[in-house]
Every structure is written in structure tokens, then in C-alpha cells.
Design a protein around this ligand. Structure first.
Ligand code: 6LW
Length: 541
């Protein structure tokens, strides 16, 4: 008996250590998912958390992340990966897959989303959030964007979304509405109910709605102010799922818009709530980090604690702000495998982080023999089409990226190399041509050759070093003998609100093109290295 008691006590002690792990950190740093990860939505199944972000014209799209502690996240797939079912051709970089919602109901995962510029609202399902996800069920007569799903206690499923208003009573007035969704037919049924225009009598861009039932009452969480400096989150309450909803007196429940234009973290909004298995409430939301006065990492995913006072959610009680560091959730510390700095392309498939822009109409790359082989195609990245471009999200203000390329241009129009991409108009290209290496910058559609050096070798290493909002490019035969090409350039090129740079984010990777002339050539990449150099996720003014 004594032995049994001893072991029972030992297990309890070990479990306690495990939950708040003496060797695990007490705090976490924001953002929890760095770089281009806007419009996060989250759900919990048992002790597992799943999160999805919007991804616009990047393909595959709707990255799915998994965590067991809300702090360490691992990408486990992309929910949109079938080029036959989605067509992003011709879409500007700010269109495509807008804000998604992920939910789990009776053993099935649902993602509902809007493909702006391509058939609008749809939902997909999966038994495993890592995939495969179903083909899209396109919804007829579901106006607007930012759809969400909510299952009521009676089993009815509700579609909650945002729509524009023809006769606005004030500028940028929008409406959040809900309507029952028959998941067996994919039809919206019954009456459509207008739930709110937002909490203020001039609330603009009220969107990003999510419905919850907490302590027997319906809570509607929305965003207002638009996804820029004025972004905010407000809550509304009702005893009936279809309303009327009454705005909470403490609104906005979260915003950074009152902190001044130079506050290092801004545009906080577009959140989703989740209750942990230990009864804590947390919220994910998007935010933007200012660095040297600009934002190059676009909208990232952040985490904040929520405490309920009655029906009112209080975000980070006492501060009312999203913090760069705070006490972490009461969950077992669960680190995930670190992404390797160098991708040697030795797996059979490309890692989930690699995306192209717009849906590929044909396969344009192959991973084999530990190499990535990109087909040299006529398409160019400055057109609104899918070109031979593969990029990963830039997740750090300071970083070093490099790649080893083996490429012999057979004609002067053939190029291959390293790219930093924000939009078809805003990007850098360091490219190898027939007899030279050229550094090109495109800003607001103006293409500028910055430097050109003679180069005849087949093999070359390209490198980009970003530091203090500038990027310096290098080339050479081996990593210990690289030569700078051109001057260090400002990263304003990939910053928010520059030309057509909106909603999406920045990527870095590999690109080849024959500039409109057919080619049978291939650009071969042995490896691609990306290393973040941000010491702390806080920013410098
Ligand atoms: C998103 C909506 C928004 O669907 O921007 O400004 C859209 N707010 O919530 C794209 O992120």
C-alpha cells in the first residue's frame, strides 16, 4: 500500500512540474506566428489547438498550424492545395483567400472562407486538419466576406458574415449578419438577420465576426476600423442567436488605436477566442510591428489572455494591450520541431512553407536527387499570373538567406536566381543570365537595374542579408568568398502600403523566367537557407 501511495504522489508531483514545467519558460513572446499570418482563426479539439490564416494569392493557401500550448506552433499543412478547384489567375496580390474560420463539430473540421475575385464564399471539410481537405462547397447568395460558423445547442449551424451596405448612413458602414446554413445541401436557409453595424455610431468596416455561446448567452466578437491603424475589436451580447445584440459598454474590448502613430505594435484586431481544457480563455488576433517606422512583415499572429467579468471579455487585464511578452497559458510546454535553416530538398515533397503565387496551371517544379528543379517558363513575376517562383514567408526583420544555383542560360532572355517578393510590382531579383549577374529592383511597377557584373560560371551562390531595414545582396562561387553586388537597398520595397502592397505579405525564394520566349531549360537549386537574426521579437524604433 505504502509503495502505491508513494508512486501516486510521485506522479502528481511530476504532473505538476510538467504542467508549469520548472524547466519550461513562464512567459511567451509575441507574435506567436511571425511574418505574413493575417486574420488568424483558432479551434481546440481535446488538448490540441489548430489555427488557420488568410493567404490571398499565395498557393497552396490557408496554412494550418497545430499547437498544444498556444505558443509553439507547427505548420501541418495547407487547406487549399488543389489547383483544379481554385483559380487565382489574373488576381492582384491583395485578392484571393481572405479571412478564414476554422471550427470542429462532431468529428469534422470545417474551414469557411472567401475567395475574393474567384467565386467568393465556400467551405471545406476534413477529418484530419493536416488534410486532405474536401473540394470547396461554393455558397450561393452568401454576400460579403469574413464568414464564420457557429453550431447552436439545438444542432443548427449558423453562417455569420460581413456585407457592404448600399445606402450607408456613414462612411464605410458595413453590417454583420447571420443565417442558418444547411450543411447537407450547402444552402443558406431561413431568414437573414442583421446583427450589428459595430459598437460606435460611425463604426467602419465592421467585419471578422465570430459567434460563441458562453455562460448561456450569445457573444458576438467583431472587428471594426479596418485592418490598419484604427483596427479594434468589439463584443455584442444577446439571449437569442439571431439577436437583438446589445453592444458591450466597455467597447472596444481591444485596440491599439489610442496609443499613437509611433507605438511599435498596431492594427491589433481580427481576433478569435478559444477556451483551454483548463478553463482559461485566450484570443489570437492579427497585429503589425513597426520597425524603423515601417512594416515589412505584414500582419502577424499574436496571443493575449482573456478573463470574463460577467459576459465581458477583458483582454490582458490591467493593460488592455497585446504585449510582446507575458505569462504563458497554463498548458504543458510543448515545443515543436524547429524548421531547419537549410532546406536541402531531400524530402520527396516540398516543405509546407514553400508557396508559389497564383494557382499553377501546370507543374513547374520537381524535387528529386536532393535538388529543386524549376522549369524555365515564359511567365514573369511582374504579370498577374503564376510564374516559376517559389517563396517562403519572411518572418524576421533581420535575416540572412542564400541559395546554391546551377544554371546555364542558353539564350540571353533566360534568367534564374533569388527573389524577395511582395507583389508583382514590388520585389527584388538577383538573377544569373547568359554572361552576367544582374540585380533588379521593382518598386510600384518601376523596374530598375541596380547593378550588373560579368559572370560565366554555371554554379553560383546568391545571398541576401537584411539588417536595420536594408538588404545587401552578394554572389560568389562559395559561401566564404561572396562579393557584394550593388548598394544596400531599403526594404521599403516590400513594406506595407507601398503601391499595391496590401493584405498579403513578403516572401523570399527562387525564381526563373525566359521572359516571354519559350524555353526548355531548367534552373537547379541544391539548397536554400533562411536564418532569422532578430534577437528579440521586440522592435527597434
Ligand atoms: C479580411 C477582413 C479585413 O477579410 O481585411 O480589413 C480582409 N479587414 O477582415 C483581408 O485580411
Amino acid at each position: 500500500m505504502r509503495l502505491k501511495t508513494f508512486f501516486s504522489l510521485l506522479i502528481i508531483v511530476l504532473l505538476n512540474i510538467n504542467v508549469q514545467g520548472q524547466d519550461s519558460p513562464q512567459t511567451f513572446q509575441n507574435p506567436i506566428i511571425s511574418g505574413y499570418h493575417p486574420d488568424p482563426s483558432i479551434c481546440r479539439v481535446g488538448e490540441d489547438y489548430y489555427l488557420v490564416n488568410s493567404s490571398f494569392t499565395w498557393f497552396p493557401g490557408l496554412p494550418i498550424y497545430h499547437s498544444k500550448d498556444l505558443v509553439n506552433w507547427e505548420q501541418i499543412g495547407n487547406a487549399v492545395s488543389d489547383p483544379e478547384s481554385y483559380n487565382f489567375d489574373g488576381l492582384k496580390d491583395k485578392l484571393g483567400l481572405f479571412a478564414p474560420t476554422i471550427r470542429h463539430h462532431e468529428g469534422t473540421f470545417y474551414i469557411i472562407n472567401t475567395c475574393v475575385g474567384c467565386k467568393m464564399n465556400f467551405y471545406i471539410t476534413a477529418k484530419n486538419p493536416a488534410g486532405p481537405w474536401s473540394k470547396p462547397i461554393w455558397l450561393k447568395d452568401a454576400p460579403g466576406i469574413d464568414p464564420s460558423l457557429f453550431w447552436d445547442d439545438d444542432g443548427k449551424c449558423y453562417y455569420t458574415g460581413m456585407n457592404g451596405i448600399k445606402e450607408k448612413q456613414w462612411p464605410n458602414q458595413t453590417v454583420v449578419y447571420n443565417q442558418e446554413l444547411d450543411l447537407t445541401t450547402g444552402q443558406l436557409i431561413g431568414e437573414r438577420h442583421e446583427l450589428t453595424y459595430g459598437h460606435a455610431n460611425n463604426a467602419s468596416y465592421t467585419e471578422g465576426p465570430h459567434l460563441y455561446k458562453i455562460n448561456g448567452k450569445y457573444l458576438l466578437l467583431v472587428s471594426e476600423g479596418g485592418t490598419e491603424f484604427n483596427h479594434a475589436m468589439s463584443v455584442h451580447h444577446s439571449d437569442n442567436v439571431n439577436g437583438p445584440y446589445v453592444t458591450d459598454i466597455v467597447n472596444p474590448v481591444l485596440s491599439h488605436r489610442h496609443l499613437g502613430q509611433d507605438f511599435p505594435l498596431y492594427a491589433i484586431g481580427h481576433g478569435d477566442l478559444v477556451e483551454t481544457q483548463n478553463g482559461e480563455w485566450w484570443s489570437v488576433m492579427l497585429g503589425k510591428r513597426l520597425n524603423h517606422g515601417i512594416t515589412t512583415l505584414a500582419r502577424e499572429t499574436f496571443l493575449a489572455k482573456v478573463d470574463f467579468e460577467g459576459q465581458t471579455p477583458v483582454f490582458n487585464r490591467g493593460t488592455g494591450q497585446v504585449l510582446f511578452e507575458q505569462k504563458r497559458p497554463n498548458l504543458p510546454w510543448s515545443p515543436v520541431p524547429e524548421l531547419p535553416i537549410v532546406d536541402h530538398f531531400e524530402e520527396e515533397k516540398l516543405a509546407f512553407k514553400w508557396c508559389t503565387v497564383r494557382t499553377p496551371k501546370a507543374s513547374f517544379y520537381e524535387v528529386s536527387d536532393g535538388k529543386l528543379k524549376l522549369k524555365v517558363r515564359e511567365q514573369v513575376m511582374s504579370d498577374l499570373t503564376n510564374s516559376s517562383l517559389l517563396i517562403q514567408r519572411i518572418t524576421d526583420h533581420d535575416f540572412e538567406a542564400s541559395t546554391h544555383l546551377s544554371f546555364k542560360a542558353s539564350k540571353p532572355n533566360e534568367q534564374a536566381g533569388l527573389s524577395i517578393y511582395r507583389t508583382n510590382e514590388n520585389h527584388f531579383n538577383l538573377l544569373k543570365e547568359k554572361n552576367s549577374i544582374v540585380l533588379i529592383e521593382s518598386f510600384k511597377g518601376v523596374i530598375n537595374e541596380l547593378a550588373r557584373v560579368p559572370y560565366k560560371g554555371k554554379e553560383v551562390i546568391f545571398k541576401a542579408v537584411a539588417k536595420d531595414m536594408k538588404v545587401q545582396f552578394f554572389f560568389g562561387q562559395d559561401e566564404d568568398h561572396l562579393t557584394p553586388i550593388g548598394e544596400a537597398r531599403s526594404l521599403i520595397i516590400i513594406a506595407d502600403a507601398q503601391g499595391n502592397a496590401q493584405f498579403n505579405g513578403s516572401g523570399i525564394g527562387m525564381y526563373t523566367t525566359s521572359n516571354g520566349i519559350p524555353s526548355k531549360n531548367t534552373a537547379v537549386y541544391d539548397w536554400f537557407s533562411y536564418e532569422g537574426k532578430d534577437n528579440a521579437k521586440k522592435v527597434v524604433d
